[in-house]
Design a protein around this ligand. Structure first.
Ligand code: MD3
Ligand code: FE
Length: 203
């Protein structure tokens, strides 16, 4: 089933379910090379969400700000390559939502333990906002906060479940968004965690 969130944003319910096992296996090899870590914000605090990346570019945050890098700052080595099942899923979901030939160069992987939230923000660290973003939810359910063009706009609450894929593009690309605190729970695949894969064209 497809739920429309906005002019250019859709939820593909359960789209990743046929491939979650292979995604999970691929993820284990990524995190063996580039473990989850909590990065510092420019303000000096630790982010609640732990993250890692795969693909040519990875999103990082530190005292100097937010940016994409070719090297993992923890290892000084390139980020792990994007597993083919990741790239295939991102391209097929984007195509289903009307974005042909989506070739992400960055996959940000976020890990939420119960109680973790992601406050309202915009994603503006990419060069070209005409490319869509594809997000894959795994594990514990969460409530996605879908705001407007300014932070003060009231946010809609959208439940996202294991296997749901969301594609955001065009007019909705700069909407404020976030994740409400993840409720306690245990998921058969991921344990007490929510994992989100976010595919982007950074450059
Ligand atoms: C909506 N991650 O990493 S899905 C992020 O579930 C992020 O981990 C959330 O927001 C998560 O930046 C939300 C991804 C997402 C990414 C970009 C968007 C949603 C978006 C851009 C515009 C609107
Ligand atoms: Fe975001």
């Amino acid at each position: 089933a497809v739920t429309r969130l906005g002019a250019a944003a859709v939820v593909l319910r359960g789209w990743a379910l046929p491939c979650v096992d292979v995604l999970w296996l691929s993820l284990q090899s990524v995190i063996a090379q580039a473990p989850f870590r909590r990065m510092r914000t420019p303000g000096g605090q630790h982010m609640q969400v732990a993250l890692t990346n795969c693909g040519a570019l990875g999103w990082v945050s530190d005292r100097h700000g937010y940016r994409y890098t070719a090297l993992d700052p923890m290892s000084a080595r390139p980020w792990p390559a994007m597993p083919q099942p990741f790239a295939d899923l991102a391209a097929s979901a984007a195509a289903h939502a009307g974005f042909d030939a989506f070739a992400p160069d960055a996959c940000l992987i976020n890990r939420y333990v119960p109680g973790t939230r992601l406050s309202l923000h915009q994603d503006r660290d990419e060069d070209d906002f005409t490319h869509p973003i594809v997000s894959v939810s795994l594990g514990l359910p969460a409530v996605f906060l879908w705001g407007g063009g300014v932070r003060a706009d009231r946010a809609e609450r959208i439940p996202l479940l294991h296997g749901d894929v969301v594609v955001w593009g065009g007019a909705d690309r700069l909407r404020f968004h976030g994740v409400a605190p993840v409720p306690d729970g245990e998921h058969p695949l991921t344990g007490p965690k929510r994992i989100n894969l976010t595919f982007r064209r950074a450059r």
